[in-house]
Design a protein around this ligand. Structure first.
Ligand code: C2E
Ligand code: MG
Ligand code: MG
Length: 381
Protein backbone atom coordinates (compact mmCIF):
# COMPACT_ATOMS: atom_id res chain seq x y z
CA UNK A 1 0.00 0.00 0.00
CA UNK A 2 1.09 3.57 -0.63
CA UNK A 3 0.03 6.83 0.94
CA UNK A 4 0.35 9.90 -1.28
CA UNK A 5 0.21 13.44 0.06
CA UNK A 6 -0.47 16.07 -2.60
CA UNK A 7 0.37 19.63 -1.72
CA UNK A 8 -0.50 22.67 -3.87
CA UNK A 9 2.44 25.01 -3.50
CA UNK A 10 0.70 28.27 -4.39
CA UNK A 11 -2.47 27.57 -2.37
CA UNK A 12 -2.17 30.63 -0.06
CA UNK A 13 -1.52 32.91 -3.06
CA UNK A 14 -4.52 31.48 -4.92
CA UNK A 15 -6.79 32.10 -1.96
CA UNK A 16 -5.39 35.61 -1.48
CA UNK A 17 -5.77 36.54 -5.16
CA UNK A 18 -9.09 34.86 -6.02
CA UNK A 19 -10.82 34.16 -2.73
CA UNK A 20 -11.40 30.85 -0.97
CA UNK A 21 -14.51 30.01 -3.02
CA UNK A 22 -12.70 30.17 -6.39
CA UNK A 23 -9.59 28.39 -5.09
CA UNK A 24 -11.85 25.62 -3.71
CA UNK A 25 -13.49 25.14 -7.09
CA UNK A 26 -10.06 24.59 -8.66
CA UNK A 27 -9.26 22.02 -5.99
CA UNK A 28 -12.59 20.26 -6.64
CA UNK A 29 -11.67 20.07 -10.32
CA UNK A 30 -8.28 18.59 -9.32
CA UNK A 31 -10.10 16.00 -7.19
CA UNK A 32 -12.34 15.11 -10.15
CA UNK A 33 -9.35 14.65 -12.49
CA UNK A 34 -7.56 12.41 -10.01
CA UNK A 35 -10.67 10.40 -9.20
CA UNK A 36 -11.03 9.65 -12.90
CA UNK A 37 -7.69 7.81 -12.95
CA UNK A 38 -7.96 6.01 -9.59
CA UNK A 39 -8.34 2.23 -9.50
CA UNK A 40 -11.01 0.40 -7.52
CA UNK A 41 -10.13 0.43 -3.86
CA UNK A 42 -8.08 3.63 -4.13
CA UNK A 43 -9.25 6.41 -1.87
CA UNK A 44 -8.94 10.19 -2.10
CA UNK A 45 -9.67 12.72 0.63
CA UNK A 46 -8.95 16.31 1.68
CA UNK A 47 -6.37 17.02 4.30
CA UNK A 48 -6.23 20.47 5.82
CA UNK A 49 -6.32 23.46 3.50
CA UNK A 50 -5.45 22.87 -0.12
CA UNK A 51 -3.94 19.42 0.40
CA UNK A 52 -5.19 16.08 -0.91
CA UNK A 53 -4.33 12.61 0.26
CA UNK A 54 -4.56 9.37 -1.67
CA UNK A 55 -4.46 5.83 -0.38
CA UNK A 56 -3.42 3.24 -2.95
CA UNK A 57 -3.98 -0.13 -1.32
CA UNK A 58 -3.19 -2.43 -4.22
CA UNK A 59 0.27 -1.67 -5.57
CA UNK A 60 1.33 -3.85 -8.47
CA UNK A 61 5.04 -3.70 -7.81
CA UNK A 62 7.99 -1.70 -6.56
CA UNK A 63 7.78 1.10 -9.08
CA UNK A 64 3.99 1.33 -9.08
CA UNK A 65 3.70 4.14 -6.51
CA UNK A 66 6.17 6.32 -8.42
CA UNK A 67 4.35 5.65 -11.67
CA UNK A 68 1.05 6.55 -10.01
CA UNK A 69 2.58 9.79 -8.69
CA UNK A 70 3.78 10.69 -12.19
CA UNK A 71 0.32 9.94 -13.53
CA UNK A 72 -1.29 12.26 -10.95
CA UNK A 73 1.12 15.04 -11.86
CA UNK A 74 0.26 14.62 -15.53
CA UNK A 75 -3.47 14.83 -14.83
CA UNK A 76 -2.93 18.13 -13.03
CA UNK A 77 -0.83 19.67 -15.81
CA UNK A 78 -3.58 21.22 -17.97
CA UNK A 79 -4.60 24.65 -16.65
CA UNK A 80 -7.55 25.08 -14.29
CA UNK A 81 -10.33 27.63 -14.99
CA UNK A 82 -10.37 30.16 -12.19
CA UNK A 83 -12.25 33.47 -12.09
CA UNK A 84 -12.53 33.57 -15.89
CA UNK A 85 -8.76 33.00 -16.29
CA UNK A 86 -6.69 29.81 -16.35
CA UNK A 87 -4.08 28.90 -13.74
CA UNK A 88 -1.54 26.13 -13.55
CA UNK A 89 -1.51 24.39 -10.21
CA UNK A 90 1.90 23.70 -8.75
CA UNK A 91 1.64 20.31 -7.00
CA UNK A 92 4.33 18.57 -4.92
CA UNK A 93 3.78 14.93 -3.99
CA UNK A 94 5.07 12.91 -1.07
CA UNK A 95 4.86 9.12 -1.30
CA UNK A 96 5.19 6.73 1.63
CA UNK A 97 5.14 2.97 1.16
CA UNK A 98 3.65 0.76 3.85
CA UNK A 99 5.99 -2.22 4.12
CA UNK A 100 5.91 -2.92 7.86
CA UNK A 101 2.65 -4.17 9.39
CA UNK A 102 3.78 -2.65 12.69
CA UNK A 103 3.47 0.88 11.31
CA UNK A 104 0.42 2.92 12.37
CA UNK A 105 -1.69 4.82 9.79
CA UNK A 106 -0.64 8.09 11.50
CA UNK A 107 3.03 7.24 11.03
CA UNK A 108 2.43 6.43 7.35
CA UNK A 109 0.61 9.73 6.83
CA UNK A 110 3.35 11.62 8.67
CA UNK A 111 6.08 10.06 6.50
CA UNK A 112 4.21 11.10 3.34
CA UNK A 113 3.91 14.67 4.66
CA UNK A 114 7.62 14.70 5.53
CA UNK A 115 8.40 13.47 2.03
CA UNK A 116 6.57 16.57 0.69
CA UNK A 117 8.75 18.80 2.86
CA UNK A 118 11.91 17.10 1.58
CA UNK A 119 10.74 17.32 -2.04
CA UNK A 120 10.06 21.06 -1.58
CA UNK A 121 13.52 21.52 -0.10
CA UNK A 122 15.14 19.60 -2.99
CA UNK A 123 13.02 21.30 -5.65
CA UNK A 124 11.60 17.93 -6.78
CA UNK A 125 7.99 17.32 -7.86
CA UNK A 126 7.83 13.97 -6.02
CA UNK A 127 9.43 12.92 -2.75
CA UNK A 128 9.69 9.29 -1.66
CA UNK A 129 9.65 8.80 2.10
CA UNK A 130 12.45 6.93 3.81
CA UNK A 131 11.52 3.37 4.78
CA UNK A 132 9.63 2.98 8.04
CA UNK A 133 12.05 2.28 10.86
CA UNK A 134 15.09 3.02 8.66
CA UNK A 135 16.58 5.38 11.23
CA UNK A 136 16.28 2.80 13.94
CA UNK A 137 17.78 0.12 11.72
CA UNK A 138 20.77 2.27 10.75
CA UNK A 139 21.32 3.00 14.41
CA UNK A 140 21.25 -0.72 15.22
CA UNK A 141 23.59 -1.52 12.34
CA UNK A 142 26.12 1.06 13.45
CA UNK A 143 25.91 -0.43 16.91
CA UNK A 144 26.26 -3.99 15.59
CA UNK A 145 29.40 -3.00 13.66
CA UNK A 146 30.87 -1.36 16.73
CA UNK A 147 30.07 -4.39 18.91
CA UNK A 148 31.37 -6.77 16.25
CA UNK A 149 27.93 -8.41 16.17
CA UNK A 150 27.89 -9.12 12.43
CA UNK A 151 29.13 -12.45 11.13
CA UNK A 152 30.68 -13.83 7.99
CA UNK A 153 29.76 -16.99 6.16
CA UNK A 154 31.96 -18.50 3.48
CA UNK A 155 30.93 -20.00 0.17
CA UNK A 156 33.26 -22.21 -1.90
CA UNK A 157 34.34 -21.29 -5.42
CA UNK A 158 35.18 -24.36 -7.50
CA UNK A 159 36.92 -25.21 -10.76
CA UNK A 160 34.77 -26.37 -13.65
CA UNK A 161 34.18 -29.11 -14.51
CA UNK A 162 36.24 -30.81 -11.74
CA UNK A 163 34.61 -28.97 -8.82
CA UNK A 164 37.90 -28.57 -6.96
CA UNK A 165 37.66 -25.80 -4.34
CA UNK A 166 40.02 -22.89 -5.08
CA UNK A 167 38.74 -20.33 -2.61
CA UNK A 168 35.93 -19.10 -0.40
CA UNK A 169 33.92 -15.89 -0.62
CA UNK A 170 33.18 -14.16 2.68
CA UNK A 171 29.56 -12.96 2.90
CA UNK A 172 28.30 -10.72 5.70
CA UNK A 173 25.36 -11.80 7.85
CA UNK A 174 23.38 -9.62 10.22
CA UNK A 175 20.97 -10.99 12.77
CA UNK A 176 19.21 -8.17 14.65
CA UNK A 177 18.86 -8.23 18.41
CA UNK A 178 15.13 -8.76 17.81
CA UNK A 179 16.12 -12.03 16.13
CA UNK A 180 15.29 -11.06 12.54
CA UNK A 181 17.85 -11.71 9.82
CA UNK A 182 18.40 -8.83 7.42
CA UNK A 183 19.56 -9.65 3.88
CA UNK A 184 22.92 -8.17 2.78
CA UNK A 185 21.13 -6.68 -0.23
CA UNK A 186 19.26 -4.54 2.31
CA UNK A 187 21.85 -3.70 4.94
CA UNK A 188 24.94 -3.24 2.74
CA UNK A 189 23.40 -0.35 0.72
CA UNK A 190 21.97 0.99 3.97
CA UNK A 191 25.42 0.98 5.55
CA UNK A 192 26.85 2.75 2.51
CA UNK A 193 24.16 5.43 2.57
CA UNK A 194 24.75 5.98 6.27
CA UNK A 195 28.45 6.60 5.71
CA UNK A 196 29.49 3.24 7.17
CA UNK A 197 31.15 1.85 4.01
CA UNK A 198 34.71 2.28 5.25
CA UNK A 199 33.90 0.77 8.62
CA UNK A 200 32.06 -2.17 7.06
CA UNK A 201 34.95 -2.88 4.68
CA UNK A 202 37.49 -2.74 7.49
CA UNK A 203 35.34 -5.10 9.52
CA UNK A 204 34.87 -7.61 6.65
CA UNK A 205 38.59 -7.63 5.89
CA UNK A 206 39.72 -8.09 9.47
CA UNK A 207 37.23 -10.83 10.31
CA UNK A 208 37.63 -12.67 6.99
CA UNK A 209 41.41 -12.75 7.18
CA UNK A 210 41.39 -13.76 10.85
CA UNK A 211 38.95 -16.61 10.26
CA UNK A 212 40.58 -17.69 7.01
CA UNK A 213 44.17 -17.75 8.31
CA UNK A 214 43.92 -21.20 10.00
CA UNK A 215 42.48 -22.74 6.83
CA UNK A 216 45.19 -21.12 4.75
CA UNK A 217 47.92 -22.60 6.95
CA UNK A 218 46.54 -26.02 6.07
CA UNK A 219 45.74 -25.26 2.44
CA UNK A 220 48.08 -22.47 1.22
CA UNK A 221 46.68 -22.84 -2.31
CA UNK A 222 43.26 -21.43 -1.29
CA UNK A 223 42.26 -17.78 -1.37
CA UNK A 224 39.63 -15.82 0.50
CA UNK A 225 37.43 -13.43 -1.48
CA UNK A 226 36.23 -10.31 0.33
CA UNK A 227 33.67 -7.85 -1.03
CA UNK A 228 34.95 -4.30 -0.93
CA UNK A 229 32.24 -1.71 -0.59
CA UNK A 230 31.45 0.66 -3.45
CA UNK A 231 32.28 3.68 -1.35
CA UNK A 232 35.23 2.23 0.53
CA UNK A 233 37.69 3.65 -1.97
CA UNK A 234 36.68 7.20 -1.17
CA UNK A 235 39.27 6.67 1.55
CA UNK A 236 42.65 6.66 -0.26
CA UNK A 237 44.29 4.68 2.54
CA UNK A 238 42.31 1.50 1.74
CA UNK A 239 45.17 -0.26 -0.13
CA UNK A 240 47.44 0.40 2.81
CA UNK A 241 44.81 -0.94 5.24
CA UNK A 242 44.42 -4.10 3.17
CA UNK A 243 48.15 -4.79 3.13
CA UNK A 244 48.40 -4.09 6.84
CA UNK A 245 45.55 -6.52 7.59
CA UNK A 246 47.28 -9.24 5.54
CA UNK A 247 50.48 -8.65 7.48
CA UNK A 248 48.69 -8.91 10.83
CA UNK A 249 47.33 -12.36 9.98
CA UNK A 250 50.58 -13.40 8.28
CA UNK A 251 48.91 -14.06 4.98
CA UNK A 252 50.57 -13.51 1.59
CA UNK A 253 48.83 -11.01 -0.72
CA UNK A 254 47.76 -13.85 -3.06
CA UNK A 255 45.61 -15.25 -0.24
CA UNK A 256 43.20 -12.37 -0.75
CA UNK A 257 40.87 -11.83 -3.67
CA UNK A 258 39.22 -8.44 -3.49
CA UNK A 259 35.81 -8.38 -5.12
CA UNK A 260 34.64 -5.06 -6.47
CA UNK A 261 31.44 -4.52 -8.44
CA UNK A 262 31.67 -2.65 -11.69
CA UNK A 263 29.27 -0.08 -10.28
CA UNK A 264 31.83 0.56 -7.56
CA UNK A 265 34.65 0.90 -10.08
CA UNK A 266 32.64 3.25 -12.26
CA UNK A 267 31.76 5.51 -9.35
CA UNK A 268 35.20 7.02 -9.61
CA UNK A 269 37.15 5.19 -12.28
CA UNK A 270 40.38 7.14 -11.95
CA UNK A 271 40.80 6.91 -8.22
CA UNK A 272 39.41 3.40 -7.86
CA UNK A 273 41.48 1.95 -10.70
CA UNK A 274 44.57 3.47 -9.12
CA UNK A 275 43.79 1.96 -5.72
CA UNK A 276 43.10 -1.44 -7.26
CA UNK A 277 46.26 -1.25 -9.37
CA UNK A 278 48.24 -0.56 -6.23
CA UNK A 279 46.77 -3.61 -4.52
CA UNK A 280 47.44 -5.73 -7.60
CA UNK A 281 51.04 -4.55 -7.78
CA UNK A 282 51.53 -6.10 -4.34
CA UNK A 283 50.03 -9.39 -5.49
CA UNK A 284 46.49 -9.07 -4.17
CA UNK A 285 44.05 -10.76 -6.54
CA UNK A 286 41.21 -8.77 -7.99
CA UNK A 287 37.77 -9.86 -9.22
CA UNK A 288 35.09 -7.80 -10.90
CA UNK A 289 31.81 -8.83 -9.23
CA UNK A 290 28.29 -9.04 -10.70
CA UNK A 291 29.60 -8.30 -14.16
CA UNK A 292 26.87 -7.45 -16.67
CA UNK A 293 24.34 -6.46 -14.06
CA UNK A 294 24.93 -2.71 -14.11
CA UNK A 295 25.58 -0.39 -17.03
CA UNK A 296 28.67 -2.25 -18.21
CA UNK A 297 30.84 0.35 -19.81
CA UNK A 298 33.68 -2.03 -20.80
CA UNK A 299 36.17 0.80 -21.35
CA UNK A 300 37.54 0.46 -17.84
CA UNK A 301 38.43 -3.19 -18.50
CA UNK A 302 41.37 -1.96 -20.58
CA UNK A 303 43.14 -0.55 -17.54
CA UNK A 304 42.02 -2.70 -14.68
CA UNK A 305 44.44 -5.38 -13.45
CA UNK A 306 41.63 -7.86 -12.66
CA UNK A 307 42.37 -11.56 -12.97
CA UNK A 308 38.81 -12.73 -12.48
CA UNK A 309 35.45 -11.76 -13.92
CA UNK A 310 32.40 -12.94 -11.99
CA UNK A 311 29.45 -13.15 -14.37
CA UNK A 312 26.26 -11.97 -12.71
CA UNK A 313 23.97 -14.77 -11.64
CA UNK A 314 21.08 -13.45 -13.73
CA UNK A 315 22.84 -14.78 -16.84
CA UNK A 316 23.32 -18.17 -15.21
CA UNK A 317 19.81 -18.39 -13.79
CA UNK A 318 18.02 -17.82 -17.08
CA UNK A 319 18.95 -21.24 -18.50
CA UNK A 320 15.82 -21.40 -20.61
CA UNK A 321 16.47 -18.09 -22.28
CA UNK A 322 18.67 -18.59 -25.35
CA UNK A 323 19.71 -14.92 -25.39
CA UNK A 324 20.97 -15.12 -21.80
CA UNK A 325 23.03 -18.16 -22.74
CA UNK A 326 24.56 -16.28 -25.66
CA UNK A 327 25.42 -13.39 -23.32
CA UNK A 328 26.92 -15.76 -20.74
CA UNK A 329 29.12 -17.26 -23.41
CA UNK A 330 30.04 -13.89 -24.95
CA UNK A 331 31.00 -12.41 -21.57
CA UNK A 332 33.04 -15.52 -20.75
CA UNK A 333 34.89 -15.36 -24.07
CA UNK A 334 35.50 -11.64 -23.75
CA UNK A 335 36.89 -12.07 -20.23
CA UNK A 336 39.13 -14.90 -21.28
CA UNK A 337 40.41 -13.03 -24.35
CA UNK A 338 41.31 -10.18 -22.00
CA UNK A 339 43.34 -12.62 -19.92
CA UNK A 340 40.77 -13.05 -17.14
CA UNK A 341 39.25 -16.22 -15.78
CA UNK A 342 35.52 -16.27 -15.29
CA UNK A 343 33.27 -17.41 -12.45
CA UNK A 344 29.64 -18.34 -13.04
CA UNK A 345 27.76 -17.02 -10.01
CA UNK A 346 24.59 -18.50 -8.53
CA UNK A 347 24.83 -22.05 -9.93
CA UNK A 348 21.87 -23.71 -8.22
CA UNK A 349 21.30 -26.90 -10.17
CA UNK A 350 22.54 -29.14 -12.96
CA UNK A 351 20.81 -27.12 -15.67
CA UNK A 352 22.67 -23.98 -14.61
CA UNK A 353 25.90 -25.94 -14.35
CA UNK A 354 25.26 -27.13 -17.90
CA UNK A 355 24.90 -23.55 -19.11
CA UNK A 356 28.10 -22.51 -17.31
CA UNK A 357 30.03 -25.43 -18.79
CA UNK A 358 28.70 -24.82 -22.27
CA UNK A 359 29.70 -21.16 -21.99
CA UNK A 360 33.20 -22.25 -20.98
CA UNK A 361 33.33 -20.67 -17.51
CA UNK A 362 36.49 -21.53 -15.58
CA UNK A 363 34.92 -21.56 -12.13
CA UNK A 364 31.53 -21.85 -10.50
CA UNK A 365 29.95 -20.67 -7.27
CA UNK A 366 26.50 -21.53 -6.02
CA UNK A 367 24.27 -23.73 -3.92
CA UNK A 368 25.03 -26.74 -6.14
CA UNK A 369 28.65 -26.72 -4.92
CA UNK A 370 28.10 -25.41 -1.40
CA UNK A 371 25.98 -22.91 0.50
CA UNK A 372 27.53 -20.10 2.53
CA UNK A 373 28.44 -21.48 5.97
CA UNK A 374 30.52 -20.46 9.00
CA UNK A 375 34.28 -21.05 8.67
CA UNK A 376 34.17 -23.64 11.47
CA UNK A 377 32.24 -25.91 9.13
CA UNK A 378 34.80 -25.70 6.32
CA UNK A 379 37.65 -26.25 8.79
CA UNK A 380 36.13 -29.63 9.65
CA UNK A 381 36.38 -30.83 6.04
P1 C2E B 1 27.85 -11.16 -4.19
O1 C2E B 1 29.19 -10.67 -3.78
O2 C2E B 1 27.60 -11.27 -5.65
O3 C2E B 1 27.63 -12.55 -3.47
C1 C2E B 1 26.98 -13.64 -4.03
C2 C2E B 1 25.55 -13.71 -3.59
O4 C2E B 1 24.90 -14.80 -4.22
C3 C2E B 1 25.42 -13.98 -2.09
O5 C2E B 1 24.27 -13.30 -1.63
C4 C2E B 1 25.19 -15.48 -2.06
O6 C2E B 1 24.59 -15.93 -0.86
C5 C2E B 1 24.30 -15.63 -3.26
N1 C2E B 1 24.31 -17.00 -3.79
C6 C2E B 1 25.29 -17.92 -3.74
N2 C2E B 1 24.95 -19.04 -4.39
C7 C2E B 1 23.71 -18.84 -4.88
C8 C2E B 1 22.82 -19.65 -5.67
O7 C2E B 1 23.10 -20.77 -6.05
N3 C2E B 1 21.62 -19.07 -5.98
C9 C2E B 1 21.27 -17.82 -5.58
N4 C2E B 1 20.10 -17.35 -5.94
N5 C2E B 1 22.10 -17.03 -4.85
C10 C2E B 1 23.30 -17.54 -4.51
P2 C2E B 1 24.21 -12.55 -0.26
O8 C2E B 1 24.98 -13.29 0.76
O9 C2E B 1 22.78 -12.26 0.01
O10 C2E B 1 24.97 -11.19 -0.54
C11 C2E B 1 24.46 -10.26 -1.43
C12 C2E B 1 25.47 -9.22 -1.80
O11 C2E B 1 25.79 -8.40 -0.67
C13 C2E B 1 26.80 -9.79 -2.24
O12 C2E B 1 26.71 -10.20 -3.58
C14 C2E B 1 27.72 -8.61 -2.03
O13 C2E B 1 27.63 -7.71 -3.09
C15 C2E B 1 27.12 -7.95 -0.81
N6 C2E B 1 27.92 -8.33 0.37
C16 C2E B 1 27.85 -9.47 1.12
N7 C2E B 1 28.75 -9.42 2.12
C17 C2E B 1 29.42 -8.24 2.01
C18 C2E B 1 30.48 -7.61 2.75
O14 C2E B 1 31.01 -8.13 3.73
N8 C2E B 1 30.88 -6.38 2.32
C19 C2E B 1 30.31 -5.79 1.24
N9 C2E B 1 30.76 -4.57 0.89
N10 C2E B 1 29.34 -6.35 0.52
C20 C2E B 1 28.88 -7.56 0.89
MG1 MG C 1 30.96 -10.94 -4.25
MG1 MG D 1 28.37 -11.34 -7.27
Amino acid sequence: MAFVHLHIRQWPELVAAHGLEAAESALREAEARLTAVLRTGDHLFRSGLGDLCLILPRLLGDGHATLAAQRFLRELEPPFPLDGTAVHLLPTLGVALATDPAESPESLQRRAATAVVHALRDGQPVGIAAQFGADRMVHELRDALARNALELEYQPIVTLPERRVVGYEALARWCRTSGGRVAPSVFIPMAEDAGLAAELTRWSLQVALREFAPLHRRRPDLYCAVNLSARAFDDPSVPEQVLAALAVWQLPPEALMSEVTETAILRNVGQNAQALAELASHGVRLAIDDFGQGYSSLGYLRHLPAGVLKVDQSFVAAVDDPRSRVLLEAITRMGQRLGMRTVAEGVEDDAMLGAALEAGCDFGQGWLFGRPAPMALWLED
